[in-house]
Design a protein. Sequence first.
Length: 276
Amino acid sequence: MEDLKEITVPQKVIEKTMLHSAGTQDQQTQEEERELRDIQIRQLLKRSQEGDRGARDTMVQNNMGLVWSIVHRFTNRGYELEDLFQVGSIGLMKAIDKFDVSFSVKFSTYAVPMITGEIRRFLRDDGMIKVSRSLKEEGAKMKRAREKLQAQLGREPTLQELSEETKLPREEIVMALEANGEVESIDKPTNPSDGKEICLADRLPQEKDSHETLLNHMVLEQLLAELGETERKLIELRYYKEQTQVQVAQEMGISQVQVSRLEKKILLGMRKNLNR
């Protein structure tokens, strides 16, 4: 039998094999690190709920970035971002206290709606627009002067006449009038010609918020991961591929009625998981 000749493996093949092996090891390492981090988070949460102040402070500090990412979704609302950050931090602490460590849900997935809800409640309960005391006082002064001049002149006074009566610059008069004007809520219903009631907010152009998109994807990804294979496939066909219930039924080999019932059950379960 002839001796086997020495086989020379091309350098490119060696390099490709080594890179693939290194990539696989890196992926495994990242997964192991994520699992370890999740275990550490749950341990901190458990200790915090048992009264460990140090563990609670650590959880708060580690999630400051998450709070800020949500706060930035509420810019241009008439509030300082620092104030909204304080409100969001209250939502974070509530999430730390209420999170059930036995759930298979990530803490961040649970915390996002808690933080967001706390900020939204604050904005809803604290009023829409803040007007300084000085502008309010000037507005009241303007109202009295306007009524007096209307009675004297029998017409609407001009800006110059109001300025002379109140001894205020015309620029300040304009600011006072605008600040004390009636505010229209974007949630106010309107009745267009077709008779269908819509809100003013429905007429506003929708701009995509990168922070909100990222957080929504994160929450949805976690909720989908909790579904079984059949449930996840149904949701993907209905809402990602936008198939009708009839098309889904044909592809999955079940009836349209079964698809409808299963879809309602899945969505209800996802909604409960989101709010727990």
